[in-house]
Design a protein around this ligand. Structure first.
Ligand code: AMP
Ligand code: TRP
Length: 350
């Protein structure tokens, strides 16, 4: 059943089909860590796709607060960061009436399935994960959670019979692993999981740091001038774009290898204006005007998001309420899949 549907009934009495199967609709699932303030890389690489997907597919989005524990964290901030991240998702346009938004830690099947998948994944394949290598480099005490991070991510995805996973370019390898685990599990125990596919945007799949365009814009690396956060005020955005590193040859050309700084700006421009890279490049012959217009368009796109986020702060109870409702809906799907998986591996029924 590679990449197909799970049959409505696995031959396991009492286990019905999940809602996406009943609707015959594609299921989209994705997640975001609550490890810091979201930035324009998150927005153009992921959130904006999610907002479009919710109208086309049966969509589920998760604030992965358990994943955020894999790196250093302040326990007094863990909860508020999860709420903050969720609030940015709603501000970006996710509508809790038409999609599911929830916190990973509210649905215990994520860690339960993760264990079954840890017994399917191999040490060797986890050791090859580049994100693990990067995050653990130079770090004396690396948690086991950081190592098994991609297995929990596979559990997130597989629990929802996911067809499509809209993510930025940095998650491709994790998605490949999730597919490999699903295929191996299905081969070993019989068809249990839908095999998911990554959906990576054509433009802005890897937004780079404005000051260090050789590395991606990231929540976990402190680079105040290199990162445009969704919370940034218009003046700050203008200043950061003005100070963005380019090069000295003065030619407006898209060439990520030789001109990484300028190419990154062109790519952000294309994403924000929904124009092609060629079109943006052809419209400018100097860096100054390109930067000025880019700043203007970013302010235009991000201001409504920032304003919605500010409005949501007026009622501090709203986001927790929305997440609680989301968790109820998510649990209904996840518990069915988990039960199916636990039965096929041979665990006793409860
Ligand atoms: P994270 O903040 O790592 O949880 O990422 C949430 C989503 O944003 C994932 O789909 C990432 O692939 C995407 N993302 C993170 N950073 C970037 C970036 N610099 N450019 C494009 N997409 C990104
Ligand atoms: N690892 C992803 C990131 O850092 C976050 C994530 C966790 C995720 N679980 C997921 C993304 C499931 C997509 C699907 O961006």
């Amino acid at each position: 059943m590679a990449n197909g549907r799970i049959p409505d009934d696995q031959g396991i009495p009492g286990l019905g089909a999940t809602p996406s199967i009943l609707h015959g609709m594609e299921r989209v699932f994705s997640g975001v860590q609550s490890s810091g303030a979201p930035h324009i890389g998150n927005y153009f690489g992921a959130f904006r796709q999610w907002v479009a997907d919710q109208h086309k597919a049966d969509s589920v989005f998760c604030v992965v607060d358990l994943h955020a524990l894999t790196i250093e964290h302040d326990p007094t901030q863990v909860g508020t960061r999860a709420l903050e991240t969720a609030s940015w998702l709603f501000a970006s346009g996710l509508d809790p009436e038409i999609c599911i938004v929830f916190a990973q830690s509210h649905v215990q099947e994520h860690t339960a399935l993760s264990w079954l998948l840890e017994c399917t994944a191999t040490f060797g394949e986890l050791r090859r994960m580049t994100q693990f290598k990067e995050k653990s480099k130079g770090n004396e005490s690396v948690s086991v959670g950081l190592f098994t991070y991609p297995v929990l991510m596979a559990a997130d995805i597989l629990l929802y019979d996911t067809n499509k996973v809209p993510v930025g370019d940095d998650q491709r390898q994790h998605l490949e692993l999730a597919r490999d685990i699903a295929i191996r599990f299905n081969g070993r125990y019989g068809d249990t999981f839908v095999v998911p596919e990554a959906a990576v945007p054509k433009v802005a799949a890897r937004v780079m740091d404005l000051q260090h365009p050789e590395r991606k814009m990231s929540k976990s690396v402190t680079s105040p001038l290199g990162t445009i956060d969704l919370i940034d005020e218009p003046d700050t955005i203008v200043q950061k774009i003005r100070k963005a590193v380019t090069d000295t040859d003065g030619e407006v050309r898209y060439d990520p290898e030789k001109k990484p700084g300028l190419s990154n700006l062109i790519e952000i421009f294309a994403a924000a204006s929904q124009r092609s890279i060629e079109d943006v490049t052809a419209s400018y012959d100097r860096y100054g005007p390109l930067k000025a217009d880019l700043a203007e368009i970013l302010v235009e796109v991000l201001t409504p998001v920032r304003e919605r986020h500010a409005e949501m702060q007026a009622d501090p109870g709203e986001v927790p309420r929305l997440l609680a409702k989301g968790a109820l809906k998510a649990r209904a799907i996840a518990s069915t899949t988990y039960l199916r998986a636990s039965r096929v591996v041979g665990l006793l029924a409860q």
